[in-house]
Design a protein around this ligand. Structure first.
Ligand code: SF4
Length: 404
């Protein structure tokens, strides 16, 4: 069955019947609907051209640049990502993606075996306690709760949500908290203090509760953790931005396993459908999940796209399937107005609007096929659902690579 590329849940039970798309959530439906809206046209310096001429100009700009950066690729197939990295090597370029401002730190800890992780299928089958920490999947990954983490019946958890406890740890009552019922409300930035309090509870010591938390809510969560046999913590940006590093999370999971004898895992709530694929591929090649600088055939730690732009490290940018002008701080992103920018994207975005070269591409997973990696590391195949005249980003990158 076709797969939805709307988020890193990669729901693989989509049905296309004529013009009707079945089983997608509202967010996924938006991806399919976007096929008819704001499609990008090939252009060089604001002049409409054909795709070949745009590819030619892109290669020329990249060859002339003394310090190019390749950014994005989280909404591309693994095949396109590998070509993007090959191009970066060829050009001695910086490479970065959105993981450097979101789940990169958690993903790196998983790849380095500092944080244990499991699959979403294992969660559905076995988890008797799930915790959404600084995450709101009811809004960001709409079918996550029904397909994997809360409602469904599993091999061991046969009564689904009737048997499984779910907690939200958040600064507000999110839509997910409304569904799960159990909310531990914390002030912004109190996550580390809460982890310390939970570790103390589990170790049987008197905990120091973070200021502004409700003692009963924290005690209920700690008690559920002590009783659970299979715990999964889904980490959202609320948690990632609040912690200095993953050491405390590592200690919490280890304490749970050693003191309570349960299985305890982390799954990052990855947003873009193939951010996990991008970081995994980069990590396998360079031992770094993002912020890489290729140099003379080798790779070293580079800088995030925000730093690259803010500090003026790059004189040309190739952006694939991303809109940094909207998503990065404007103080950094404004530099895109000054350097030569090439954008490969299915749609018109603020970044394509200011780009020197615009190259339209097919929507991965809808208009072209390929492989991708789900948020839990499971590989999923994307099948093309509609024939279009657009090239895939893989074909475009291959065209640039052949010319540099
Ligand atoms: S949850 Fe994500 S992958 Fe599943 S249908 Fe919705 S947008 Fe698509």
């Amino acid at each position: 069955m076709p797969t939805c590329p709307g988020c890193a849940c990669l729901c693989d039970d989509i049905e296309v019947v004529g013009a009707e798309i079945r089983n997608v959530c509202r967010k996924g439906y938006g991806i399919f609907k976007s096929r008819q809206k704001s499609r990008l046209t090939a252009a060089v310096a604001d002049r409409v051209t054909d795709v070949d001429a745009a590819i030619e100009k892109a290669a020329e700009i990249l060859c002339e640049a003394s310090s190019p950066v390749i950014y994005g690729l989280d909404n591309s197939t693994c095949e396109a990502q590998r070509l993007g990295l090959k191009l970066a090597k060829e050009l001695n370029a910086f490479v970065d993606d959105t993981s450097s401002v979101c789940q990169g730190v958690i993903l790196e800890a998983i790849y380095k075996s500092r944080l244990p992780s499991c699959t979403l299928d294992a969660v559905r089958d076995n988890a008797d306690l799930v915790i959404f920490w600084g995450a709101d999947p009811a809004s960001s990954h709409p079918r996550h709760l029904s397909k994997y983490s809360y409602f469904p019946r599993g091999k061991k958890i046969q009564k689904g949500y009737e048997e499984r406890k779910a907690f939200c740890i958040d600064v507000r009552r999110s839509p997910t908290a409304e569904v799960c019922k159990n909310l531990v409300k914390i002030p912004a930035g109190a996550d580390a203090a809460l982890i310390n309090a939970l570790i103390s509870f589990i170790e049987g010591k008197a905990p120091q509760l973070p200021q502004g938390t409700d003692k009963r809510e924290v005690m209920e969560l700690a008690a559920a953790m002590r009783r659970a046999e299979f715990v999964t913590i889904f980490t959202g940006l609320g948690l990632v931005y609040s912690l200095a590093d993953v050491t405390l999370l590592e200690t919490l999971l280890r304490t749970l396993t050693e003191r309570c004898g349960c299985e305890a895992y982390i799954i990052p709530m990855v947003g873009h459908f193939n951010m996990r694929g991008m970081t995994q591929t980069l990590f396998k090649e360079t031992s770094l999940p993002n912020k890489v600088k290729f140099d003379g055939g080798g790779a070293k730690s580079g800088a995030s796209m925000t730093e690259i732009l803010r500090e003026g490290f790059a004189d040309a940018a190739l952006i694939i399937g991303s809109d940094p002008l909207s998503s990065l701080p404007f103080a950094a992103a404004r530099r895109l107005f000054e350097i030569k920018t090439i954008t490969i994207d299915p749609h018109v975005t603020p970044t394509t609007e200011i780009s020197t070269v615009r190259i339209p591409c097919a929507i991965s997973g809808v208009e072209c096929s390929g492989n991708t990696v789900r948020m839990d590391g499971v590989e999923v195949k994307l099948e093309k659902m509609f024939d279009v005249e657009f090239l895939s980003d893989e074909e475009i990158l291959r065209g640039i690579l052949e010319r540099v």
